[in-house]
Design a protein around this ligand. Structure first.
Ligand SMILES: Nc1ncnc2c1ncn2[C@@H]1O[C@H](COP(=O)(O)OP(=O)(O)O)[C@@H](O)[C@H]1O
Ligand SMILES: [Mg+2]
Length: 193
């Protein structure tokens, strides 16, 4: 496998663990790597990649609320993986839901939240505690249309994931985690960006 060279000019952002770059030859793709102290792949990234592989097997999967997954890659900054880089209709990288909550109030996004929750339940997509407003991007598809995309927090980091394969149990888990997400982040005036 070729080694992808990541340049600072292509840096998009970073969290507590991973950094994200624009793919050197495709500006609609993102390369994500674990940086510095996190040598190799974290448990979180492994869970995320494994989960993407599961989702790719699904027949009627819909990718509207997740970045599309394009596989693993070696880079000069370590092992990484490639996903869709979430951009608005005007070409700018989409801003986080945290930014929109803090600037315009969560009450403006009831429709987006409802559609987003329905997506997880319909497709039995499991998210973990990484799902917080700063890890969700609000993708504007036109001046006044938008939807939410989860960029960090996909999959289950708990050990016992077998029940996720049974839709009834998967949906119970999704509902429980959704309620926690709501209580923790959607009842506040300000959230961490
Ligand atoms: N698919 C994506 N599209 C656009 N920006 C992204 C994408 N994935 C990550 N980013 C940017 O990179 C940052 C770090 O990625 P993230 O997966 O949240 O890492 P961490 O697990 O360390 O929090 C995000 O906060 C966001 O700014
Ligand atoms: Mg993050």
């Amino acid at each position: 496998m070729d080694i992808l060279e990541l340049k600072e000019k292509d840096f998009v952002g970073k969290g507590s663990e991973r950094a994200c770059y624009t793919h050197p030859t495709d500006h609609n793709k993102a390369v994500k790597i674990s940086y510095e102290q996190h040598i190799g792949r974290s448990k979180q990234t492994t869970a995320e990649i494994n989960y993407y592989k599961e989702l790719l097997k699904k027949q009627d999967m819909n990718w509207k609320h997740l970045p599309k997954y394009y596989g693993e890659v070696k880079t000069d900054k370590g092992d990484g993986f490639i996903v869709e880089l979430i951009r608005d209709y005007d070409g700018n990288v989409s801003k986080s839901f945290a930014y929109y909550i803090n600037n315009f109030g969560v009450q403006n996004y009831t429709k987006e939240l409802e559609e987003y929750k329905d997506f997880f339940l319909k497709h039995c997509v499991i998210f973990n505690y990484g799902m917080m407003p700063k890890n969700i991007l609000l993708r504007k598809t036109s001046e006044n249309e938008s939807h939410l995309v989860l960029i960090d927090g996909l999959g289950d980091i708990t050990y016992f994931t077998f029940p996720n394969k049974i839709p009834y149990f998967a949906r119970q888990k999704i509902n429980r985690r959704w309620d926690k997400f709501t209580k923790k982040y959607l009842t506040k005036k300000r959230v961490r960006e």
